[in-house]
Design a binder for this molecule. Sequence first.
Ligand code: TEU
Length: 579
Amino acid sequence: APPELWWKDGVVYQIYPASFKDGNGDGLGDIPGILSKVDYLKDLGIDIVWVSPMFDSPQVDMGYDISNYEDVYPPYGTVKDMEDLISACHERGMKLILDLVINHTSDQHAWFKESRSSKTNPKRDWYIWKPPRYAEDGTRLPPTNWRSYFSGNTWTYDELTGEYYLHLFAKEQPDLNWENEECRTAIYDSAMRFWLDKGVDGFRVDCVNMYSKGVSFQDAPIINPHAYEQPAWSIYANGPRMHEFLREMNTQVLDIYDAVTVGELPHTPDPKKVLDYVSLADKQLSMVFQFDIVDLGQGASYKYQYQPWKLPQLKEIVAKWQRFIEGTDGWTTAFCENHDQGRSVSRYASDSPEYRVLSAKMLAMMMCAMTGTLFIYQGQEIGMINVPTSWPIEEYKDIESLNFYNQIKATGDKEALDYAMTSIQILGRDNARTPMQWDDSAFAGFTENKDGAWMRVHDLYPEINAAKQMGEKDSVLSFWKDMIRFRKGHREVLVHGSFDMFEPENEKTFVFGKRFGDKKALVVLNFTSEEQEVKLPEEYEGLKFHVGNYGDAQEMEQSAGGRKVRELRAWEGRLYGTW
Ligand code: TEU
């Protein structure tokens, strides 16, 4: 790839600072903790480290509520620690990217404090303020009926000036007004140039399609007749000036630093619309996270209303976002975990004691064979799984899960509450936020604090931990390491190849091929706990076996001879190539 596209072949590792590694024994992860694990990341084969928000913050939403872009949350460390981390990554040939959270700030940010102080404050217009509406009987109503991501209305009334301010997330996360040019300029300076000047290589851009809300602020259509607040993303996402804003951000900042960006792009199922963000010629974003794969199983209007799904749905999603760049100048991403999602082994495969290791390796094989920049979330490389279903709601910390749980609890509907809890157990964000399991010492070696970690450590840490897996050739960690190396060794076909899917309707197995020039790779995966037969597709005949997640796959292949059918065991995956 040309040098400016270094990020296409990169393997990215996402760090969630609170839960990665505690360096000072206070029970909370921190930047010195990350520094102590930089060699671990290098050894895994990581090219780009993405650190989730470590900026100063009241932590209402785990740092996605920033009170000062130019400082670090003191329990995580200092700006100097970040400079050391940037150097440590660069010294090892790795890049570092930060989270860019610029749809909103914390209500404790100096900008918002000024904005709310009076209607005539120069920063009043930096946030979105609107007068109340009134019902016929005189009741005061918010400007729109929009439901916030964290339950309740997106508008909070401020007594001091008698107006409402907008917040798509928590009321402590007021939305910035991107229509205001001064505000945009301040964002570019404070959230971006400040860190780019220190050497960071780019950003994961939070909520990248929500900055342009339009100007009409109309009510959302009523989907749930039992509530006032309605899901409103169809109104505020992908607004009219979105691309204009991103082009401006690119020309004024990103392009000058050759910075990479990966935008978070929820609510955008149309490939043409996604391409509008990532077309290289249009100079907006390098790539995005399209949400279909992580939305699988979520309720249509409420995330935590789990909907069972079947394998053809997953396959169609994968195929769609593998293929959407073909014949274009856009780029795609391969990911199935992050800090907002349940663990992939639990969601897409099996986390039962017999199958979780096989499942984790099978998913690793699938991910490492995908076209696009590959993203791994901390703990995915050791096959961490969702929190045990025996944990009561009191162990959960996330504002999104807790607010939804309490909203349902208030209705007194026991059945609905059970359903919410089951859904949170599968999809809840806390599943990804339990402390990283480093070894089998107390609190998984995450912290030396005698009172433990800020969030309960997963009960299975004596079995699922990095130190144990480091020493085992057939562990999930070793498998990931080998797979990453394999992916890099065959980068054309695996990272850049075109995608073929076979038997899209098959509910048990996933068979896909990759092509680049004369080179082909074939991946066959069994997504069940029973034996399944797969037919090797004619177009991919005569390939050589290269990787399997069962130790004896090579022997099985030899005894298969020239046959065109394979018996795959529970959660078995095999990869073949023309080379
Ligand atoms: O998430 C924004 C987002 O689009 C939501 O879908 C999000 O995935 C959340 O789970 C709601 O269901 C980003 C961050 O990734 C998330 O952690 C933050 O809470 C949010 O922005 C606000 O900054």
